[in-house]
Structures are given as structure tokens and as C-alpha cells.
Ligand binder design. Structure first.
Ligand code: SF4
Length: 132
């Protein structure tokens, strides 16, 4: 079972993609799109400020919007690799080795939602699960 070390590394120089429902939820909370997001090509991503996610509280070492965090942050360190066509574990996560197949199954509905919101459900039949 995945055991998060709460090291905050995944909130450092984040490249987390935001889906439309993330943007809607965060703007509804009063955050301004231009403050927390950047547009890179077709994708919207979390903005980094001084090397950390806009929402990361460096003093408290915690996410300031944990309950409302983006879907990608909820499934991390499990990611969809669009180059390799697989669902895999980010090896950058220091606790990557603790992720088990049941963790992947647990987040499948969220992964499906992310792909649906990004208009990528057509790739689902091609996706493999690669734990290591
Ligand atoms: S939204 Fe929260 S969990 Fe996600 S990268 Fe930012 S600080 Fe980390």
C-alpha cells in the first residue's frame, strides 16, 4: 500500500496538469486563474512560484488546498504516461516502491475522469499498467 512520506517533493517544480473541473473548483474558491495556472500548448498546468507549486505552504510543508487539490495530485504518484501509453508510478517519488496494484485500481475512476476531461478516452484501450 502506498505510504506517502509527506516530503513535499511532488509539490516542487510541479508539472501537474489541471483538468477543467480543477480550474472551475479552484476559481470558485476565489483563486485567480492567472495566479495558480500556466498554459503550455494545449495543457493547463499548476504554476510554480520560487520553485514550488503556488498552493504549497513552505513553512507548514503542506498543501493549502489539500481537500480541494487537483485530480492529478490525488492520484499521484500514479501517472498516465502519454508517450509510453501506460499507467505507471513516477520514479521521482521517494515512496514509489510502496505503490501496489491495488493503489492503481483504487484511483482508476479518477484516472478515467482525468482522461475524459482531457478528451483522451480513446487511448484507454491501449493503456498498460506498469508498476516498476
Ligand atoms: S496543489 Fe497541493 S498537492 Fe498539488 S502540487 Fe500543489 S501543493 Fe502539491
Amino acid at each position: 500500500m502506498f505510504r506517502c512520506l509527506r516530503c513535499g517533493r511532488c509539490c516542487q517544480r510541479t508539472e501537474m496538469v489541471l483538468v477543467p473541473s480543477d480550474v472551475a473548483r479552484l476559481t470558485r474558491l476565489g483563486y485567480r486563474f492567472e495566479d495558480f495556472a500556466v498554459v503550455e500548448g494545449d495543457l493547463v498546468k499548476l504554476r510554480n512560484v520560487d520553485g514550488y507549486c503556488y498552493f504549497y505552504d513552505r513553512e507548514e510543508r503542506r498543501c493549502r488546498i489539500y481537500e480541494e487539490r487537483p485530480l492529478g495530485c490525488r492520484v499521484y504518484p500514479i501517472v498516465v504516461d502519454l508517450d509510453e501509453y501506460c499507467v505507471r508510478v513516477d520514479p521521482e517519488c521517494p515512496a514509489a516502491e510502496t505503490v501496489e496494484l491495488e493503489d492503481v485500481y483504487r484511483v482508476l475512476p479518477l484516472l478515467h475522469q482525468i482522461l475524459r476531461e482531457l478528451g483522451l478516452t480513446h487511448i484507454i484501450p491501449r493503456l498498460r499498467i506498469r508498476l516498476r
